[in-house]
Design a binder for this molecule. Structure first.
Ligand SMILES: NC(=O)c1ccc[n+]([C@@H]2O[C@H](COP(=O)([O-])OP(=O)(O)OC[C@H]3O[C@@H](n4cnc5c(N)ncnc54)[C@H](OP(=O)(O)O)[C@@H]3O)[C@@H](O)[C@H]2O)c1
Length: 324
């Protein structure tokens, strides 16, 4: 493995990589890690489809990218992952103009929001972070060929919850913003496991990524309560890894450039070609059972049986069998 680590930046991991002739789709490109990924990949010659739900914000992000990468090949398209109709409309429009996707960066996400539902009645975090991306990937499947990669943004927060197959939408259990977020981020990692298994015969691959902790608009739903609950859950987790039970470990934040590094590494690194299905963090392959505040990953987030089960559930939720 190349010698990258938690402080490596997007530009560092892409040094020496030429992406001319490649088409990259980035969801949630209107800010944060999505915008930085789009900028960094465009600077290496990739043609970027910036997908976002807010056209004005997306256009503003594209304009910012052009300030530093004047010859960036960018197109902006509307995509609301909290609406299956919007996902279908996006895929139809995209496939009418493009035959191939080299990288699908399923980056968009919502975190710890109050209880609410998507246009199709799904709990918002699972609905947006996983179900919307599941349908999007399935509809773009015909454009994924040899060498294509799908990158799923998971999170160390996957350690907060496994997928609850008895009640994934919180219809019978009390809603908890962090259990919901954790469940959705576990789903992202599991999706990469089963997707990779299905893509492998054609020479394509899927990965999941924990970017680290980065100050972005993701924290827009934070309240005193959600902050307190998060600190408590981090303290419990630290205690399981030998820390003091009463203390939440200090938060180590990355810059946006270091935060987006692992996902652009997942999208392009030649050394990852035979590591499909992996959970990546700090520009390295995650450590099974290790500290998830660093690059550790819980066994349940990579469990192949659970990944198959989630796939079946997801097909039921979107109402169609996808992928070939
Ligand atoms: N930042 C961190 O510390 C951290 C840590 C672990 C994992 N992650 C993951 O990294 C990914 C990117 O997060 P970020 O930090 O860059 O957050 P961010 O700045 O809030 O960006 C999230 C992006 O997702 C978009 N989005 C939200 N809901 C959407 C929907 N229904 N349809 C389409 N797009 C939607 C947002 O659009 P709007 O601009 O319109 O809201 C925005 O473009 C997320 O999946 C997150 O879970 C982040």
């Amino acid at each position: 493995m190349a010698g990258f680590g938690k402080d490596s930046t997007t530009d560092e991991v892409l040094a020496g990589i030429d992406l001319h002739g490649k088409r990259v789709v980035v969801t949630g490109a209107s800010g944060g890690l999505g915008e930085e990924s789009a900028r960094a990949l465009a600077s290496k010659g990739a043609a970027i489809t910036m997908a976002a739900r807010n056209p004005e914000k997306n256009a503003a992000a594209a304009a910012r990218i052009r300030e530093t990468v004047p010859d960036a090949q960018l197109e902006t398209r509307e995509l609301d992952l909290a609406s299956l109709a919007s996902v279908r409309a996006f895929a139809k429009g995209f496939l009418a103009e493009h035959e191939r996707v080299d990288v699908l960066l399923n980056n968009a996400g919502v975190m710890a929001c109050p209880h609410t539902t998507t246009a199709d009645g799904f709990e918002m975090q699972l609905g947006t972070n996983h179900v919307g991306h599941f349908l999007l990937t399935g509809l773009l499947d015909p454009a994924l060929g040899a060498g294509s990669r799908v990158v799923e943004l998971s999170s160390g927060a996957h350690g907060m919850a496994d997928v609850d197959y008895d009640d994934p939408m919180f219809e019978r259990r009390p809603y908890h913003p962090w259990i919901s977020y954790g469940q959705s981020k576990t789903a992202n990692a599991l999706f990469a496991v089963e997707l990779d298994r299905r893509l492998r015969p054609r020479g394509a691959a899927a990965y999941s990524v924990h970017p680290g902790m980065i100050m972005t608009e993701l924290a827009r739903h934070f309240t005193e309560d959600t902050l307190k609950e998060m600190q408590e859950m981090r303290a419990e987790r630290a205690a399981r890894h030998g820390g003091a039970a009463e203390e939440s470990p200090p938060m180590e934040f990355k810059t946006v450039e270091a935060g987006a590094a692992t996902q652009v590494w997942a999208a392009t690194a030649p050394e990852l070609a035979d590591r499909g299905g992996s959970y990546l963090a700090n520009c390295t392959v995650g450590e099974l059972g290790g500290d998830i505040a660093q690059s550790g990953v819980a066994a349940y987030a990579l469990d192949p049986a659970s990944a198959t089960r989630l796939w079946t559930l997801s097909e039921e939720l979107v109402g169609e069998a996808l992928f070939g």
